[in-house]
Each structure stands twice: as structure tokens, then as C-alpha cells.
Design a protein around this ligand. Sequence first.
Ligand code: ADP
Ligand code: MG
Length: 689
Amino acid sequence: MAPASKPKRPAAPGKQPSGTGPLVRKFQRLGLAGPADFVVHLPIRYEDETRVTPIGHARIGAHLVLEGEIIHSDMQYRPRKQLQATLRDDSGMIGLRWLHVYPGQQARVAVGRRWRARGEVRSGFHGLELIHPLLSESGRALPDTLTPVYPTTDGLSQASLRKAIDEALAQADLRDTLPEAVLGAYDLAPFESSIRTLHHPPPDISLLQLEAHEHPAWQRIKFDELLAQQLSLAEARAARLAQRAHPLPGIGGLLDALRAGLPFALTAAQQRAIDQISQDLQRAYPMHRLLQGDVGSGKTIVAAFAAAQAISAGAQVAIMAPTEILAGQHHQKLAELLQPLGVSVTWLTGSQPAAERKAAMSDIAGGRAQLVIGTQALIQDKVSFHRLGLVILDEQHRFGVGQRLALNRKGETSDELPHQLSMSATPIPRTLAMAFFADMDVSVIDTLPPGRTPVLTKLFAEQRRDEVLAQISLQVRAGRQAYWVCPLVEESETLQLQTAVDTYERLAAMLPDLRVGLMHGRLAASRKAEVMQAFRDQEIDLLVSTTVIEVGVDVPNASLMVIEHAERFGLAQLHQLRGRVGRGTHESACVLLYQAPLSGIARDRLRAMYETNDGFEIARRDLQQRGPGELLGLRQSGQALMRFAQWDTDEALVEQAREAAQRLSTDFPEHAHAHMKRWMRDRLDYLRS
Ligand code: ADP
Ligand code: MG
């Protein structure tokens, strides 16, 4: 189901930019379809062709227009065929060189002719030169604005782009979407002049300001982009509040029984989250809540309470986890908690035996399964629910927008949507949350359960493996367990698997007193479950694994995590892996084994891991290194929504845009509509996910 207001792509006003089929396809690769798209395809830099530079002032690296007389011209054949000429004016001379020579070209640059030559100055064999300069008649009028250089794609020339964009600028509606009152309040430049300035800046503009996106023209465009985001988020929210959902109050004694059976007391932060969710579930419109809490903060039990409440009210609940191991673990834990209370718990994954899967699907469709836990297998077409009232996404950032929506749709009926709870260990900085999740209510678990000691992180160079082995033996003798995570092998999954198998055999041989286990993605689901169970039951001391244990896995007795080739992992990933230990009351350590020499980025990452255990700080540094798309699970859609503004440097603008969005919606609804139409078009799907 789409938000009530999901707009169709508007018919492009005026004709499409001129061009043949292949050209149109190249434009499409850049996301350019109608004139409105071309208008906001903005330059990455500029070249100054507005004036002729005296040849004597030419400097290496500059893009210049030079003018003068050819005083030498010569076809050379060694070391390869090339046309070599010299251009001179009153101030000096410079070489011109062509490596691809077409017929008649030599005559064009005959000695005595005057030309204007344009290109980048390089240092050549005989001094400064231009390679393949563009020649034009000397004395012709010069452009009076800077020449834009646009982001482009293979085989698409700047000339074609410039032509199409200029045509679009002539056709498109550039009227301002904002009323005077708003322009004045935020001191914004008009849209049309901003756009024209960015495409064709006057030669005396500050290039520094322009290229740093700080010029008032850029401020306006960034403001517009952020405003469109805020408006559409507000609209999605209004649309959601207008939707129906089944109210799910806690009925009977299920919730009390669940609480009574817990082996620990809930933390205040957990209780607060449970209460907030409980309120949401009782409403007649769909909940859309994000539960944030660092690794190990105890999100699963909060999910259990949400599920129990929904089930007590007669609904089915689905929990989707990104890996089979995690789904298996949730299944086991939640079944342990809820089955004794009479709740029927089922699970569904892709690698289940066919008969088991078929039975599960029939229970799900018939409504006999009240709580269903699974992997992406849950969103297959053939899976249908009887009465899905609540969907829970664990590690939500690991799912794409489409997957999140697909699960949501399983609970959609002709007049109702399911409630949705997303869980994530990745804290999102405020600006980003405001820009991307304005339509999600957020609950935060900001304290860890009592008695935890922070994980000690150690950096060891590869050569110190022996010390690490000694540590493992020590921990095991003290009754603890350990993980050994094998390196990522980018090139191939098979290779990665092989590495895990080899490491397992080597470690088993080197630590003959220890019971060593092996876990990787290719094991059959039943085998994975057996291995995890053996580890949980302390029948395995050291678990050698690929990154399949990265998220969610919870074995509180494990107190040592060794990550081999830690320099190959991303920051968020390292933090998640480290979060596999320190989940009980034992002192825990994480050893990052690395291979020197380290790249600058790898060094920064390992240093961040060493310096902080705080998931928020880790996320901040990760964002700086990688940008928000990856982190939020928004991939392209997220990036497309923040093309010009920056989540970290434009914080003040985000605040302003948010305020302006409220004002526009209440006082100027028509402007708000026109603004969204210009900026959002068909990018609204992510708002519901
Ligand atoms: P995460 O937030 O990473 O998903 P989990 O839900 O897996 O964390 O919980 C981590 C560990 O903490 C589990 O072993 C869980 O049983 C335990 N735990 C959760 N809440 C509490 C609590 N209030 N007191 C003590 N231990 C708790
Ligand atoms: Mg978890």
C-alpha cells in the first residue's frame, strides 16, 4: 500500500531533451528524465573561459584560453605519429600537441595562422604544452559566464550534457515554490537566480565558496532539498495517522506471566520502551517505532513483550532477522519464554527441510502459529498470514527498503495495516534521524543491564598469535568460552569458507586440550543450530567462525573475541562482533589481530575501536568514513534524498527546514505541494519502510 498521497511522476512539461535513444539511456543512468531533473543536475566544478590569458601567464594544471599565432608546425613520426605546433603571443609561447591526427589538421595549424586554443596546461618535453587543445577562431566573442563541468557517465560528453541542461533551463518551470514570507524569514535567495547562478556563474564569483557549497545559491538549493524531505516525511506521517490498524491491548495475564518468568529484572530503560510500545499498539493507527539500543542492551526481551501483547489481543506476530543463526536463536529463546505460557511459536527459513517448511507455512496461513520467527524467507510470495498484526524487524539496517516493506505488506488487509517495530544497535545522530526518520517514533535503551564490565579491546600484530592462543587457554581454564572470527575474503565466499576450515583445523591442532567448533554460512541449517546449541551448552570452548555470527548472537558465558585480519572489517561490523562478548558479568576482551602495514583508514578504524566502546561514537566515526546510506540501510534511496546537503555540516539547515516545513504545511499548503512536486517525484517509498 502506498501513502495516500504518493504522487505519480508528472508528465514532463515541454519536450524531452533532444537526443537519440542511446543518449537518452545515458541520461537515465544519471537519473535524468524530465527537464526538472536536468535543472538540478548541478556542476561539480567550473572552468573559466571568459577571458584570454596571456601565454606567458600559463601555469601547470590550469584550464585556460590562450590566443596567438602559430609559429611552428610539424608532423613527427617518432616515437609515434603526432602533430606538434607552437603558439605565440606577445608574452610568450606554448606547445600544442595532437596524438590523433585527422586529415586536414596539419593545414589548419599552418605557420602564420591565428587561433584561440583551450585546454589544460601540462608540463611537456620541451616546456609547457596543451594536449589536444580545442581550437576556435581567434577574436570571437568569449562566454560571459564560467563553464560548468557536470557529473557524468561513460560515453556522455560535457558538451551533450551542457546542451541538454541549457535546453531544460529554457523550458522548465523555474518559478519559486516558496512564498516571500518564508524566503524572508530564512534569508533565502530566489530559486531561479540560484539555479542559473549555479549552472552559469559570473566570472567574478567566489569559486571557493561555490565549490564548498557555501554560496547563497547553494544554500538555497540545499534548503529546498531538505525542506522537501521534511514535507514529505510530515505528509507520510499524516497519511499513516489516517490509516487504520487493529488496536492490540494486552489482554488476560500473558504479559504478567512473561514478566514473572524472567530470570532478571528489566532495566528502567527497557521498561520505558515496553511502555511506549504498549501505548502505540493500543492505537487504531499503525505504530512505526524504532527501538535503538547499543549491542547487548537487551532489545530482544522488549520485542518479546511487544509480541506477547499483540498475541494476547489475538494477532499474529512476525519477527524477521537478517541471518539464519539469529533467527534460530530468537526462536529458541522466545519459545523458551512464551511456549510454557501457551503461545505457539514457529520458525521459517530458506534452508529448512521442505516438509518442515511446508508445515510451518500451513500453520502460518491457518493462524495456528501465533509468533513466527524467520529470515528473509518470511517475505516470499507463498508465505501468507492469517492475521498479522505486528511485524518486528531485528537489526533493521541490514534489510533493504523493499524487504522491510514486503514484510509490512504481509499484514495489510483492505482497510488495515500492521503495527511495525524496528530494532537497531546503530544509533543515529540527531540530524540524520530528523532528516530520515521524522516519521518514526524512537525509543532508546540508553543503559546496559547491570553488572556488565566494559569489554577490553587489544590490538595485536599478527606475529603475536601465540600470546592470543595462551589467552584463549587461560579463559577456557577459567570456565569461559571464546570466538575466533576469520577474515573477510572479499574476492570469494568459497575462499572465505576455506580460510575458516583451515583456521579451524590449525587451531584444533594447536590447542589439543580445547574443544573447538566450526561455524560458517554453508553449513546446513540443522548443523548450524547444533553447533550454536553445543556452544551455548558449553560443549564447545572455542568457536571458529566466519562473520555469520556478526549480529545478534548471544552467549553470555563467552568472554573472549578474537578477530583475525581486523583491518579488513568495517567499523560498525567490528563493534557488532565485539558486542558478542561482555554480555554477561564476566570480564571480557576483544583482540583485534591485524596485519601490518595498515592503510590510513584501517588505522583510524582500529584506533576508534581501541578508544571507545560507545556505539554512538562508533557510529559517528563510521558515518564520517562511509556516509549515511550504508549505515541506515537506505542504500541509493537514502543518498538520492540527500544529494546536496550534508548530514554533518548542514545541521542548522536541517533545523530550519523542519521549522519551515511546519509553517508551509499550515499556512501555505499549495506552496508545499508545488515544492514536493519539484523535488520528490517518485522517491517516497522509503518513508514507509
Ligand atoms: P541486544 O540488544 O544486543 O539484542 P539481547 O537482547 O541479545 O541484546 O540481550 C543481551 C543479553 O542481556 C542477553 O543475554 C539477555 O538475556 C540479557 N539481558 C537482557 N535484559 C537484561 C536485564 N534487564 N538484566 C540482565 N540481563 C539482561
Ligand atoms: Mg539483538
